[in-house]
Write a protein that binds this ligand. Structure first.
Ligand SMILES: [Zn+2]
Ligand SMILES: [Zn+2]
Length: 145
């Protein structure tokens, strides 16, 4: 079995997906949208390019405007409500998979914390991670490798 392939699914199993290769980055996001969407203190996500990602099943979409004016699409299972991934018109060609929907994400360790200014007091994080108050000025498309 190819170790670089990760499989995931929603709570009810109506949506399954797989991602291949290494994510561009793995982050913990404390933004208020991720908090509401997930019902938790933050949402851990792994960013992949769309050509690394294959999804099966009928999705629901919710679109909203981000603070910087870009459009965010949150994709979820219409049956059970699990958030599966998100995308942003500010970063075309990339999807951010919710880490908790993967069958095995043990080798995908978040490196970065973003929107720490929205972190809830009860949501204690790993001190050794790189922390950003908001979204860092960072463009995955410009990264090499
Ligand atoms: Zn489902
Ligand atoms: Zn967020």
């Amino acid at each position: 079995m190819d170790k670089s392939v990760h499989h995931g699914r929603c709570l009810c199993g109506a949506i399954t997906y797989k991602v291949s290769g290494t994510p561009k980055i793995v982050v913990h996001c404390h933004c208020v949208d991720c908090q509401r969407l997930s019902g938790t203190g933050h949402l851990p996500g792994a960013m992949y390019s769309v050509d690394q990602f294959q999804l099966n099943g009928e999705i629901g979409e919710y679109k909203l405007k981000a603070q910087n004016g870009t459009e965010v699409t949150r994709v979820f299972c219409r049956n059970c409500g699990s958030p599966i991934f998100g995308k942003n018109t500010g970063m075309p060609g990339f999807v951010t998979i919710t880490l908790g929907t993967l069958d095995d994400s043990s080798d995908l360790v978040p490196e970065v914390v973003i929107y720490s200014r929205n972190r809830k007091k009860w949501d204690t994080m790993n001190d050794s991670l790189m922390v950003f108050e908001t979204q860092p000025d960072w463009n995955p498309a410009a990264e090499s490798g």
